[in-house]
Ligand binder design. Sequence first.
Ligand SMILES: Cc1cc2nc3c(=O)[nH]c(=O)nc-3n(C[C@H](O)[C@H](O)[C@H](O)COP(=O)(O)O)c2cc1C
Length: 180
Amino acid sequence: MNAVDMLKERRSVRKFTDQPVAEETLKEIIEMAAFAPSWKNTQTTRYIAVYDQAIKDKIANECIMGFEGNKRTIDGAPVLIVETTVDKRSGYERDGSFSTSKENHWQSFDAGIACQTFCLAAHEVGLATVIMGIFDEAKVIEAVGVPEGQSVSALIALGYADEEPKMPPRKTVEDLLTIK
Ligand SMILES: Cc1cc2nc3c(=O)[nH]c(=O)nc-3n(C[C@H](O)[C@H](O)[C@H](O)COP(=O)(O)O)c2cc1C
C-alpha cells in the first residue's frame, strides 16, 4: 500500500469480528512499529498485548472511567494493546536532568509517533485499530501488571474490522498551514 492511501484509509474502528489475531501477525506489526523515530533513538515505547479474557474484562469494567464507548470497544476487541513508555529517558540527559524547557513532554511525543506507526502497520496487514485515551492509568497498571518505571501512554484495540466508519471531517490546508 502506498503511504498516501495508508494515511487516508486508516480509520478508527470500534467494532471487530470474532476472528482472532495471530501472534505472528502481531509480531509483524511490532517489527514495523519499531521503525518509529524517537528522542535520541531511545525507543522507549513498549506494547503489552492482552489476549487474556479476564484481564480484558477487568480493564473494560473497571479501568475506563465509566466511558461506555470504550467498554464496548474493549469487550468486542480480540486483543487490547497497552502501550507503555519507559520513564525518564525521552527528553532527559544521562544525569537525569531535563534536556529542554519542555521537560517530560518528549516522552508522550515519542509515544504518539509510535502509536500511529503501530496503527498504520496494523492497517497494512489488514487489521484495524482505535487509540483510546480515556482510561484510569493507575487501575490499568494494576490490572495488567505494567513493569515498574513505565507509564501507560494509550490503549489500542486491535482486531479485524466489522464496520467501515466514515471519515470524520478534516480541517483544510488553509486551516492548518501558515507560511511566513
Ligand atoms: C490521543 C487519542 C485519544 C483517543 N481516545 C479515544 C477514546 O478514548 N475512545 C475512542 O473511541 N476514540 C478515541 N480516539 C480516536 C479519535 O476519536 C479518532 O482518531 C478521531 O475521531 C478521528 O477519526 P479517525 O481515526 O477515523 O481518522 C482517540 C484518538 C487519539 C489520537
